[in-house]
Design a protein around this ligand. Structure first.
Ligand SMILES: O=P(O)(O)O[C@H]1O[C@H](CO)[C@@H](O)[C@H]1O
Length: 382
């Protein structure tokens, strides 16, 4: 049975005050009621209270005259304001909105994490992994967080957990948002900006990916050293639209996206754990999905120097770098990409999730040790 977690119960009000003095982070007092429930209770709660569909959901017909509320707020009466809606490829989530989400969270937890973790498919604790390893945790189902999207993909649980990994305070996204779910890229990456305004300085993202590199086996880990943003090549980027300099510059550099020193720490962790034989470093490419790749596409990606392919992470890392966060990401190779026209093999999401669960203990330890090193390094460089 999984460890009890505290569920933060929204009382519809926020009282966090902006102090804006530490990395743009907000500071707020805890006033949210909390209650203890276990994992089973949480599932029951989720089923009993089907997710409210907020303005940010891709699945809702937007109706300006509706009286639907978002955390107690009415939709704006002015229909022009209502044009700020989620289908736009341009970011319509203002700094103030992100700030209000950060305040909402900070006013309900006392913990002030500097490290934010995003769990990939099958690694999100649906069976009780990383987030359940957190102690003294407070958990927010996404549907209880104003403006947050809700995940629609199996293997992505959909809650934000604050707690201690070892003795390091972290916040952990159990479940992420993908472009193929219907969310524009800026919306998929919006939680990263929330992390930033909560005070997070280091993003640590994981994902499930298909392995193209012939040296990789299913179950291996690939530390991402660089990416090819295929969605960006096609004119789609989470930073498209008006730029708010409070987050970052109009034209951010991305060539050092995957922090060299954190990658070195990750390799040191692999040595300590004696798993060098399954840990590689390589290039990840994002595709839009949800269909897996054709053989011709895989061959093209391999020719471009891609080692692993997936449908996430890149927009999160771009958004993190834009707002000055240090970022690190790794892929769990959950399947080998098919390159042979004679092959009967087909990738499928079930095997992706199964491999995530199978590798859970190794990944948990890998992340916990890395988090400890990052925190140690952060303390040293103060
Ligand atoms: O990248 P994560 O979220 O780990 O998920 C990966 O697994 C799914 C395909 O099985 C896709 O969503 C792909 O991106």
């Amino acid at each position: 049975m999984s460890a009890p977690v505290k569920i933060a119960v929204s009382n519809g009000t926020t009282n966090g005050a902006t102090n804006g003095n530490t990395n743009g982070a907000l500071n707020g007092a805890t006033n949210g009621a909390t209650q203890e429930v276990n994992g089973a209770d949480l599932k029951k709660m989720k089923n009993a209270n089907p997710p409210k569909v907020y303005i940010g959901s891709p699945h809702k017909e937007f109706n300006p005259s509706s009286n639907d509320s978002m955390d107690g707020n009415q939709f704006p009466a002015d229909p022009l304001q209502c044009r700020i809606e989620p289908y736009s490829p341009y970011n319509s989530c203002t700094y103030e909105i992100v700030q209000s989400v950060a305040e909402f969270l900070l006013s309900r937890v006392t913990i002030r994490p500097k490290i934010g973790i995003i769990c990939g498919s099958g690694m999100d604790g649906t069976t009780g992994c990383l987030a359940d390893a957190l102690t003294d945790s407070t958990s927010f189902p996404y549907e209880t967080i104003p403006y947050f999207p809700t995940p629609t993909v199996p293997g992505h649980m959909g809650r934000l957990v604050f707690g201690y990994l070892g003795d390091v305070p972290v916040m952990c996204m159990q479940g992420r948002f993908h472009y193929y779910e219907g969310y524009p890229l800026w919306k998929c990456a919006m939680p990263v900006r929330v992390m930033k305004l909560v005070g997070v300085t280091h993003l640590l993202a994981s994902n499930a990916a298909g392995g193209l590199n012939n040296n990789y086996k299913v179950g291996d880990i690939m530390i991402i050293k660089d990416h090819i943003n295929l969605l960006g090549f096609a004119g789609n980027n989470p930073l498209m639209g008006p730029n708010d300099e409070r987050f970052g510059p109009r034209f951010p550099a991305i060539n050092r996206a995957y922090d060299y020193s954190v990658r070195r720490m990750a390799k040191a962790v692999a040595s300590e754990m004696n798993i060098n034989n399954i840990v590689h470093e390589g290039v990840y490419s994002v595709v839009g999905g949800p269909s897996f790749e054709t053989i011709a596409e895989i061959r093209m990606l391999a020719a471009l120097g891609v080692d692993a392919v997936g449908m996430s992470t890149v927009h999160e890392v771009i958004t993190a770098r834009h707002c000055g966060m240090t970022s690190f990401a790794f892929s769990l190779i959950t399947n080998k990409s098919v390159t042979d026209y004679e092959s009967y093999e087909e990738p499928n999401h079930a095997e992706v999730i199964d491999m995530g669960k199978h590798r859970e203990p190794v990944l948990k330890e890998f992340i916990a040790r890395l988090v400890k090193k990052i925190e140690h390094d952060r303390q040293q460089s103060k």
